[in-house]
Design a protein around this ligand. Structure first.
Ligand code: COA
Length: 434
């Protein structure tokens, strides 16, 4: 079988491919760096020029300036549906020309299999190997579920996409069309590590024993915590998103995955997004496995490792310990992602702990992130029954198994000093025993 010949027969341009697009089509893409900017740009052009209607596109963690999120005039022509938003989807969802699908990240493949059919799954991959396989590079997430529910598979082959040897692969025989597009992968701007995030990172790092298995979420504080772990030994990685600080921990020897109960010797993740350094690390590296999110983020799987420590960020928390990480009031910011998956997995793990960490104030110190109640309209991401530790630059509040009064007392103790009197006043007014 000459795979090069089959490849050549399926090779086309994004413009030519766009000619097959029709009104009412449903398109699917997986997370960030596995999305297909050239194909989507050509599809958006074609949809507008040909007067097509009602094309739907699902994304997770949009990292390109996709037309259906950036251009309001595409509403009704080509509409984005986000499973987890970055800036582009956030603006469009709040603007009313895109929609959002709430879910635990671990459940997305199940929703796809049960609820959706796709006319095409579009994915960026590394060049074909001699056996006819393309690697999905930095992503495994829910791609397999979308492929299973898709009539067609369109590839955007990028020679800068890493080749993961332990990740999802697509064979040339499954593919309907190929577009080549060589471009540098999107990089996540490095988080600004200010004094507050470094203080919080150090507070959490003090709690993490050698041999722990870590998950780090998105944002400056998880990053700062990662960097504060460089003096630890025998750490393991079982995470949703593989980050820059994790590469740093592997390269300095703090992570060797030697104490894990499952996948010993390997880092486990469902997607990777960050700097070029991450993509270089994944390339041809058998020490990292990219696996589907319904496995990686399953709390039962997470908890099979001992001493799992999960670190995620949030926007506000109330006296119950209800955590909002997705909206500012009614203003949509992101999705649940894997926050709850890892809070639950960590808490079920022997010796495990979950930290939700944030600076005590927002907007230049004018707003306390610890509040008597969540702001009206705010989305509760982690529930009062799941929450474990809340961390600010003033310390750690340990809420798991504690009463409302004890939670309130501990949360006020880690609130910014300027807001503590007001918070105490509100707690007493509500009859909370503090
Ligand atoms: N009230 C009003 N505004 C607030 C606020 C509050 N309580 N808390 C934060 N903000 C504002 C900030 O000022 C900032 O505004 P700006 O963009 O104008 O500067 C913005 O909201 C973002 O806040 P920041 O603290 O910088 O967020 P972050 O980049 O550290 O990300 C989350 C925090 C919660 C949005 C992010 O972690 C996330 O998306 N979480 C989703 C769930 C999750 O944890 N998934 C698992 C890991 S992938």
């Amino acid at each position: 079988m000459d795979y090069r010949e089959i490849y050549a027969s399926k090779l086309t341009t994004a413009e030519k491919l766009a000619e097959c697009l029709n009104s009412g089509w449903s398109l699917g893409m997986d997370s960030g760096p596995s999305q297909t900017p050239a194909i989507m740009a050509a599809f958006a052009r074609r949809a507008k020029e040909a007067g097509l209607r009602d094309i739907k596109v699902q994304t997770l963690l949009d990292v390109y300036p996709f037309e259906f999120y950036a251009d309001e005039s595409l509403a009704g022509i080509m509409t984005g549906y986000s499973w987890f938003s970055s800036a582009g989807a956030r603006k469009a969802v709040n603007g009313g020309w895109a929609d959002f699908i709430p879910s635990y990240y671990r459940d997305v493949p199940g929703h796809i299999r049960r609820e959706y059919e796709y006319d095409a799954f579009c994915v960026a991959v590394s060049p074909m190997d001699k056996h006819g396989y393309f690697s999905l590079g930095n992503n495994a997430s829910y791609a397999q579920a979308m492929m299973d529910k898709s009539k067609r598979i369109f590839l955007e082959v990028n020679d800068r996409q890493p080749r993961a040897v332990c990740g999802t692969q697509i064979h040339i025989s499954q593919v309907d069309a190929i577009v080549e597009n060589s471009f540098p992968l999107p990089v996540l701007p490095a988080a600004k590590l200010d004094e507050v995030s470094i203080t919080i990172g150090n507070l959490i790092a003090e709690q993490i024993p050698d041999g722990a298995c870590i998950q780090l979420g998105i944002g400056a504080i998880p990053d700062a915590t990662g960097l504060a772990l460089k003096t630890k030994h025998d750490l393991g990685i079982h995470t949703e998103m593989f980050t820059d600080s994790m590469v740093e921990l592997i390269e300095c020897g703090a992570v060797n995955n030697s104490k894990k109960q499952i996948h010993r010797g390997k880092s486990i993740t469902t997607f990777a997004y960050g700097s070029q350094r991450i993509y270089d690390y994944i390339d041809d590296n058998p020490a990292i496995e990219l696996l589907p999110v319904d496995y990686v983020n399953d709390p039962m799987v997470i908890s099979k490792n001992d001493n799992v420590v999960s670190i995620n960020a949030a926007l506000e928390v109330d006296f119950w310990g209800q955590v909002c990480a997705e909206s500012v009031g009614t203003k949509h910011m992101s999705g649940s992602g894997g926050q709850i998956d890892f809070v639950r997995g960590a808490c079920q793990s022997k010796g495990g702990m979950s930290f939700i960490a944030f600076s005590s104030t927002a907007k230049g110190g004018s707003i306390s992130k610890i509040k008597p109640s969540l702001t009206p309209g705010a989305v509760c991401t982690t529930s009062k029954n799941d929450v474990d530790c809340i961390v600010t630059e003033y310390g750690i509040a340990r809420l798991r198994g504690k009463s409302l009064g004890e939670r309130t007392k501990q949360l006020i103790a880690v609130a910014h000093p300027d807001f503590r009197d007001q918070l105490r006043f509100e707690a007493k007014k509500r009859g909370i025993l503090i």
